[in-house]
Write a protein that binds this ligand. Sequence first.
Ligand SMILES: C[S@@+](CC[C@H](N)C(=O)[O-])C[C@H]1O[C@@H](n2cnc3c(N)ncnc32)[C@H](O)[C@@H]1O
Length: 252
Amino acid sequence: MHAGGPHGASIAVAEITSPITYTDAVHHLLTAALAAVLVALVMGQCRKPRWLIGRLMLSTMNRSHSRLTDWGLGHVAIEPGFSVLDIGCGGGRTIQKIAAMVTTGTVCGLDYSAASVAAARRLNRDAVEDGHVRIVLGSVSRLPFPAGTFDLVTAVETHYYWPSLVEDLREIRRTLKPAGHVVLIAEAYRREGAVSAVMGALMRMLGGAQLSVPQHRDALNAAGFADVAIDEQRRHGWIVARGRVAETPGSR
Ligand SMILES: C[S@@+](CC[C@H](N)C(=O)[O-])C[C@H]1O[C@@H](n2cnc3c(N)ncnc32)[C@H](O)[C@@H]1O
């Protein structure tokens, strides 16, 4: 096709009105479906890491969650003799950080992904061998520990995946000693006044909950925790939610 250009010059322009054929439409649909499956496959590794791709995601998360974890752990007292449980331990970086603080105590990691347990054991090999750290396969909903075992339970970037937050927090409370603390640390949450449509869509795709600040508070209160406190670092979009087991008799 030809058209008149500046100064009357004749120029060729591309044909842009060719109709979309049935084959083109099928091709576009298949490409979009494949892209969606790939995104879901990669993002699904955050929820339950598996295979080689899961191992890569675990090592990425060890790095990318490090500053968030330091910030969150800064909101609780961690004493050298503490017995600590890290739930949804992933690649094991949080366990490593806590083990460095709990020099005379013990750290236990738990995750329902075999790939996470293996990666966390690899990262903490020496501490696992000398008995300072233990890492087990299991679900937050049925913790394989007797009542009153831990001084502190931590959970970094995982609680929004749990099947029943309030019930799972009650199960955590069972394993805590009187005056023990739970601390939930995350950057995936619903911030007041923030436009979070992308994060919301992503979380829906992953089957995770995008919890607001009041929802964090309500869940901890409903699970029976006392002194519930929430802090945000709004510049980075981080949240830390914590609660304490009341020491009064009969409160458990
Ligand atoms: C996004 S990763 C975070 C890992 C690690 N805490 C970190 O900060 O890098 C979430 C982890 O929680 C684990 N997880 C999710 N739901 C769980 C459940 N119901 N019980 C135990 N672990 C769970 C996943 O297997 C995964 O290793």
